[in-house]
Design a protein around this ligand. Structure first.
Ligand code: NAD
Length: 356
């Protein structure tokens, strides 16, 4: 029996993760689900952000269903002392280099977007973000005094194999979709971007059936709000992807709608070990109120079935249930129209469950 590690974490993490867990248990009662502590809940118990027991559970699991980590009281501390360190370690140690973020606007939610409905109706793009390289991981990363001046240093590094493997993820995906990869860089300024563009061009030769476009990141940010439907697969390095995927998320009306998968090299296609989580954080401003939108967490569970358990029918069943619930008017507070009644996290999840 496959085991799923359930790491709910902090803030709204437990609220939305338990919603997703309920859906998963309904669709796949045959799997073993084991919960473990992570983030601030672990730190408060005197444990590291990623306790040994939690890591051991992840080691023997097929996939991780993750909530969110981070609380305001830990802000300003060093990375190692913060709840977010758990996520950093998981991404680094399991080499979860491929972050897949589908961005879809559900029928009936066009009005929730900050853009005009006609610009986002039917929007369906995927951001492929490189997750274990670039400026977030490059060394040195420190603050030191140089010539008597306090100097903060981050280092952006990319090597061809890192670019090659993430580019392949994008091209393979584009092949199954509308056949367009838009690679984002800043090659007019950055050395790493020049290398990125060169390697992506080389990989593209293996995929003559896929069209490749390059965009500078500032232009990409602009095009995403000007004509988002022109994109199919958006391929980016780590930091650009972090920013652009949040921008893309808000096109759907709420950051609470967007799932993600982070996949590594362990496993085979369809049965890859991965971490699945909403793209948002722990939302401390609404935590404990029972109003968080569980869509991102539930759709992350669908991605888990697709990429780690080779269960496409199960994934589609969950996606269809979410979409039907929304078409039938189910709305949490973040996506509700003025004058309409919003549902709590639990009520929304019950609506989804009726279609599973
Ligand atoms: P956030 O994503 O938690 O919240 C941003 C805004 O979106 C808030 O107004 C919040 O209420 C809203 N929001 C987010 N998810 C929602 C949902 N499901 N339903 C309704 N509204 C939702 O970002 P933040 O406030 O910048 O960060 C809060 C904490 O989360 C910080 O400690 C940060 O470090 C951490 N964080 C964690 C992750 C992660 O675990 N992967 C990612 C980003 C931020």
């Amino acid at each position: 029996m496959s085991t799923i590690a359930v790491l709910a974490g902090d803030g709204i993490g437990p609220e939305v993760t338990h919603a997703a867990l309920g859906v998963l248990q309904t669709v796949r009662p045959d799997l073993e689900y084991i919960e473990a502590s992570v983030g601030a809940s672990a730190l408060k118990a005197g444990l590291p952000a990623l306790p040994d027991e939690t890591r051991a559970l992840c080691d023997r699991s097929a996939a991780i269903l993750f909530g969110a980590v981070g609380l305001p009281e830990y802000e300003g501390r060093s990375l190692q002392e913060r709840p977010e360190y758990a996520l950093f370690i998981l991404r680094r140690d399991y080499e979860l280099y491929a972050n897949i973020r589908p961005v879809q606007v559900f029928a009936g939610l066009e009005d929730a977007s900050s853009l005009k409905p006609e610009l986002v109706r039917g929007l369906d793009l995927v951001v492929i973000r490189e997750l274990t390289g670039g400026i977030y991981f490059g060394l040195p990363k420190e603050t030191r005094v140089i010539d008597g001046v306090e100097t903060a240093i981050d280092t952006m590094i990319y090597r061809p194999p890192e670019v090659e493997r993430i580019a392949r993820v994008a091209f393979e995906l584009a092949r199954k979709r509308r056949g367009l990869v838009t690679s984002v860089d800043k090659q007019n300024i950055l050395e790493t971007s020049r290398l990125w563009r060169r390697v992506v061009d080389t990989v593209a030769k293996e995929y003559p059936d896929v069209r490749l476009e390059h965009l500078l990141v500032d232009n990409a940010a602009m095009q995403l709000v000007k004509a988002p439907k022109a994109f199919d697969v958006l391929l980016t390095e780590n930091m650009f992807g972090d920013i652009l995927s949040d921008e893309a998320a808000i096109l759907t009306g709420s950051i609470g709608n967007l799932p993600s998968a982070s996949l590594g090299a362990r496993g085979t296609p369809g049965k890859r070990f991965g971490l699945y989580e909403p793209i948002s954080g722990s939302a401390p401003d609404i935590a404990g109120k029972g109003i968080a939108n569980p869509v991102a967490a539930i759709l992350s569970a669908a991605m888990l079935l697709r990429h780690s358990l080779d269960d496409e029918p199960g994934a589609r069943k969950i996606e269809a249930a979410v979409s039907t619930a929304i078409v039938n008017g189910a709305r949490t507070a973040d996506i509700v129209r003025v004058g309409e009644k919003s549902l709590s996290t639990l009520e929304f999840t019950e609506r989804v469950l009726t279609f599973c």
